[in-house]
Design a protein around this ligand. Sequence first.
Ligand SMILES: [Zn+2]
Ligand SMILES: [Zn+2]
Length: 90
Amino acid sequence: MKCLHCQEEIVAGDPILPFNNGEVAMHRACGLRSIIGSVAHQMKTCSCFVCGSSDGDPEGMTRREAAEAALSLWETTARLRRTAREEEEA
Ligand SMILES: [Zn+2]
Ligand SMILES: [Zn+2]
């Protein structure tokens, strides 16, 4: 089965998100990338924030690599937000 987002073959052991009762699937990072947005979107440099800019993935990365990068950036900022909140409450 190929990933809907990056079109790369999904191999056993890859973390995936199934859709349509498992008829189609995406890599976990690829599926979450469509929810959280690209690296450019999270950095607020994409077309949503900067007129004329593109919301594209970074040059030189495959769609899957860009999705993994977007997910790790998102997880990093989520962790920072959590730490800041805990410090406020302490
Ligand atoms: Zn994928
Ligand atoms: Zn955007």
